[in-house]
Design a protein. Structure first.
Length: 361
């Protein structure tokens, strides 16, 4: 039997105590290394751009190269109320789903009073300009525009945009320039039009005025299914011009949009300080990818949106040799109300023309 005296026991105990902290430190470091590796794996696996969970959020991305990869699922548009025949067209209040954000939004729709000749109405989505979201009227704005096109055979749908009009309780009015929310609404409506039997899924066009013109041009970049896009008084400048030379009332009169603008600038810098990022967010960087025909209307006396923006868009399209139409109205103001007698027939002929999409169907 091994005999241990008191001295040897104390000596062995000291050696053990000296080794123990080193062992504990080693185990702690190994544990921390394992945790760090697990976190790193999780971040790389789930948040790289190629992972499905990252792509699921592309519809929110201001980077339009990502937004173009988003997909949208629609359900048939539902009628809420039929107002009968007014001004020789049928008027209806309808609702559609924005499934990406779990919203239901309202829209005013006008239809020709007669059934469609081929079973489906060609469809125009009208993107309205800025109004105070709580004061915006679903039923009373752009009625003359809608009636005109429906009197000539088109279904016209004017979505509220989230947080506006009858959709005031559906989401927040995030604005158009620093958020993709309104474009998500439009893309969801396009998906719903495709699922609605009496609307022509192969003949969908956009008409936008002011803020709505920017939404429409950006939607034409994101969607390959838009046949024609008509832009009135559009704030379609470069991000740098839009930031430095233009103060959109839709941002600064709207607290929700103002907050989002500040969040985006805090996250990415300004368009002036970080052009590499912001140039990815502008439709102007993707004009060659647009399948839709483009028509531009602008008044020289517009005091709200600089006419220069439309002129620069025209120059860019010319430089890229992209066919389009560009109309300048010397006495036209921002609303182009006095010029509707010219805008309507010009845009109607434009909507009735064939496009590159016709060769696919």
């Amino acid at each position: 039997m091994l005999k241990l005296n008191k001295k040897s026991i104390i000596k062995r105990s000291k050696k053990a105590n000296q080794r123990a902290p080193k062992k504990r430190i080693f185990l702690s470091m190994a544990w921390l290394t394992a945790v760090f590796a697990l976190i790193l794996w999780f971040l790389v696996f789930y948040y790289t751009p190629t992972h499905p969970s990252a792509k699921a959020l592309y519809y929110k991305s201001l980077d339009l190269s990502q937004a173009r990869q988003a997909t949208y699922v629609g359900k048939p548009i539902e009628k809420v109320k039929d107002f009968g025949v007014v001004n020789n067209v049928r008027e209806q209040l309808v609702v559609f789903n924005v499934s990406k954000d779990g919203l239901s939004e309202y829209a005013l729709m006008t239809l020709p009073k007669d059934p469609p000749k081929n079973g489906h109405y060609p469809t125009i989505i009208l993107c309205h300009g800025y109004a105070n979201p709580e004061a915006y009227s679903t039923l009373e704005t752009y009625i003359n525009d809608m009636d005109f096109y429906s009197q000539h055979g088109f279904a016209v749908i004017k979505p509220d945009f989230r947080g506006n009009g009858f959709s005031v309780a559906s989401g927040t009015p995030d604005g158009a320039y620093y958020s993709m929310s309104y474009n998500t609404d439009v893309m969801s409506l396009i998906a719903s039009v495709k699922q609605t039997g009496y609307l022509d899924k192969n003949n969908i066009s956009l008409w936008g005025q002011s803020m709505g013109a920017y939404v429409a041009l950006r939607a034409a970049v994101v969607s390959p299914d838009i046949k024609h896009v008509v832009l009135l008084s559009g704030p379609v400048g470069t991000p740098q011009d839009m930031y430095l030379d233009y103060t959109p009332i839709s941002d600064f009169n709207n607290p929700a949009a103002t907050e989002i603008r500040l969040q985006e600038i805090n996250a990415h810098g300004t368009p002036a300080s970080n052009p590499a990022y912001w140039n990815k967010t502008t439709p102007l960087s993707y004009l060659k990818l647009i399948k839709a025909n483009i028509q531009i209307h602008v008044g020289s006396k517009d005091q709200i949106v600089p006419p220069k923006f439309s002129a620069d868009l025209n120059s860019r399209l010319n430089k890229l040799k992209i066919p389009h139409e560009y109309y300048v109205y010397p006495n036209g103001d921002h609303g182009l109300g006095a010029q509707r007698g010219l805008v309507w027939p010009r845009s109607l002929t434009f909507f009735q023309a064939k496009s590159s999409l016709d060769t696919k169907h």
